[in-house]
Design a protein around this ligand. Structure first.
Ligand code: FES
Length: 224
């Protein structure tokens, strides 16, 4: 039997095995996740948690599925963060310096404190891409924010109230739609499909059972 640890969820005390992650510990305490839990593997960003450890005044944040509990931990989930999300029309928007500042003027309030970078569970240089957003450097934002899982923790700590992940999302969309070169091989393959060049292969797939499809999938040629 694993040793028991004492944790506090929304202020109430629970004893759970000390080897669990925060997510598992909350479930072991009798809670059922309706929101605030998704992939359980650190990819979906649904399980943002704010916590404090025993004898420390510091508030910390983490992904609940990726963080082990500690004895004396005080926990609260952030299943949704009500961050500002600007609407835009991707086909009409231009990749200029002014665009991001017009959609999210709050980026100009960045004081470069680095809180967003410090809390990011993906180790993304969030502050650097916000600075790139101010300069209108779409390539830089797209590259730096590529691993963002939209957990929202950066926005929870930002004194300028920037919703960094939404800024990065629109910047990546603009970059993909208007700046990045189109992949020639995708266009070529789409043309081939329109010309019905793969009709027999598609017919064969449609006739396959789920198990046959799974086998084909696991044995497929993987791009290096
Ligand atoms: S449950 Fe998906 S990142 Fe934690």
């Amino acid at each position: 039997m694993a040793k028991l640890a004492t944790i506090y969820i929304m202020g109430k005390e629970y004893k759970v095995p000390s080897t669990l992650t925060i997510l598992q510990a909350i479930e072991a305490s009798g809670f059922l996740f309706i929101r605030g839990c998704g992939c359980r593997g650190g990819f979906c960003g649904a399980c943002s948690t704010v916590y404090r450890t025993k004898d420390s005044y510091k508030l910390k944040v983490a992904l609940a599925c990726q963080t082990k509990i500690e004895d004396g931990m005080f926990l609260a989930q952030i299943p949704f963060y009500p961050g500002n999300k600007a609407t835009h029309n991707l086909s009409q928007i231009k990749p200029t310096t002014e665009t991001l500042c017009a959609l999210y003027p709050e980026i100009m309030r960045c004081i470069s404190c680095g809180s967003c970078t410090k809390v990011c569970p993906q180790d993304i240089k969030v502050m650097d891409y916000v600075n790139a957003a101010i300069r209108g450097d779409y390539k830089k934002i797209a590259e730096l924010s590529f691993d963002c899982i939209m957990c929202g923790l950066c926005a929870t700590r930002c004194p300028a109230e920037i919703v960094q992940y939404n800024v990065a999302l629109v910047a990546r969309r603009i970059y993909g739609a208007h700046v990045m070169k189109k992949a020639q091989h995708v266009d070529k393959r789409l043309d081939q499909m329109k010309e019905n060049q793969f009709a027999s292969e598609i017919e064969e797939l449609m006739k396959s059972s789920v198990d046959q499809l799974k086998e084909r999938y696991t044995k497929r040629d993987m791009e290096k």
